[in-house]
Design a protein around this ligand. Structure first.
Ligand code: PLP
Length: 370
């Protein structure tokens, strides 16, 4: 099996599984209880929170959620206060952000979408045009799950705050955390969504980093966990293993991963009609490309028969045949139908790349011959 769909999810790290096992076998107490066995668990939860918060740049705190979809929904739900102002959202958001923006429109909010450039980053001029002194909430994805394009959040937040100093700036950092440098303070943002299963953690645990001093509307009321902001017994194993995943994943050799990406790109360049959805500021973990005249689902199926797993853009959007983000980047329908996403991990080897690249070339040749 050659797994090249790591932007959809990653294989949990062995050390993550060990932490999970420890929490379910030994540290299973409810962290809200007052006996020592339970307070030890509460201590582990806070240790994980401190670690992840510090990794995100300090001066803020991570509130744990069940996934980044929940974090994004919370950011919108808490950041968008009333209908008086306007909301500015990039066209490049993952569905879990974009659908919240669409829901706001149907409730009568003034939502302004920022265009994408052909390289997948947001159009700065359009961003500045859409923001004004009445903007209350801004959301711009840090690193695109579709193409890997990295937005310059620092530049955007500085210009946004100069026009709308009170606006809350949210970013979806799911494909950035552990993969590219992230310091929410330096980036000048207020809310940042993260998820464990994209960095060798497990599914069912995410977080929303919140700048100190910013108060969120409680998401769930009840026993007062997560400082009263999100009640519900904590996913202690998920939380502790999220910190473990980050501590390992952040030490990945990005130079090696970038080289894998380059090698894959140059091998695929041999295909007639191939086009890359590439960008100068791109994550080393994602390579998006399209082969004209090909239906990517067919290539994906042929590859999977050979034990090679690749993605078709966003896994969450793969049930919809269109691709909103590539469309916003100005790609034609033929290009979109032939678009595929390869995403790497620390475990990916040079041999995997060679084998997968020649299999893709062969499948395309066979498809064309047929
Ligand atoms: N945001 C981005 C950029 C993603 O890639 C994903 C998952 O594909 C999500 C949000 C949703 O994350 P989760 O699966 O934790 O809800």
């Amino acid at each position: 099996m050659i797994y090249l769909d790591n932007a959809a999810t990653t294989k949990p790290l062995e050390s993550v599984i060990a932490v999970i096992e420890k929490f379910y076998r030994e540290l299973y107490y409810n962290p809200s209880a007052l006996y020592t066995s339970a307070t030890n668990v509460a201590f582990e939860v806070e240790r994980a929170r401190t670690y992840i918060s510090e990794q995100l740049g300090g001066n803020g705190k991570v509130f744990f959620t069940s996934c980044a979809t929940e974090s994004n929904a919370w950011a919108y739900g808490s950041g968008v206060k009333n209908k008086k102002g306007n909301v500015v959202v990039s066209m490049g958001e993952h569905a879990s952000g974009y659908e919240n923006a669409k829901a706001l429109i149907s409730k009568g909010y003034d939502v302004r979408f920022i265009k994408l450039q052909s390289d997948g980053r947001i159009d700065n001029a359009d961003f500045l045009k859409k923001i004004d002194e009445n903007t209350t909430f801004i959301s711009v994805i840090h690193c695109s799950n579709e193409t890997g394009a990295i937005n310059d959040l620092k530049k955007l937040s500085v210009s946004a705050k100069s026009v709308a100093p009170k606006a809350i700036f949210h970013s979806d950092g799911v494909q950035a955390l552990g993969k590219i440098p992230v310091n929410c303070n330096e980036l000048g943002i207020d809310l940042y969504s993260v998820s464990a299963h994209k960095i060798g953690g497990v599914k069912g645990i995410g977080g929303l980093w919140v700048r100190n001093g910013l108060r969120l509307n409680p998401l769930l009321c009840g026993g007062g966990q997560e400082f009263g902001a999100r009640s519900g017994t904590e996913n202690t194993a998920g939380i502790a293993s999220f910190a473990e995943a980050l501590s390992v994943f952040k030490n990945n050799d990005n130079k090696k991963i970038r080289a894998l990406r380059e090698n894959m790109k140059s091998a695929l360049s041999a295909i007639k009609g191939v086009e890359f959805n590439d960008c100068e500021q791109v994550s080393p973990y994602i390579l998006s490309f399209s082969v004209a005249g090909i239906k990517s689902e067919i290539i994906q199926r042929l590859l999977s028969d050979r034990g090679i797993l690749i993605g078709l853009g966003s896994a969450c959007a793969s049930k919809h045949r269109n691709n909103r983000i590539l469309e916003a980047m100005g790609r034609s329908m033929t290009h979109i139908e032939g678009s595929m996403r390869i995403s790497f991990s620390q475990e990916t080897t040079d041999t995997d790349i060679k084998t997968a690249a020649s299999a893709i070339c062969e499948c395309v040749r066979n498809f064309r011959g047929f």
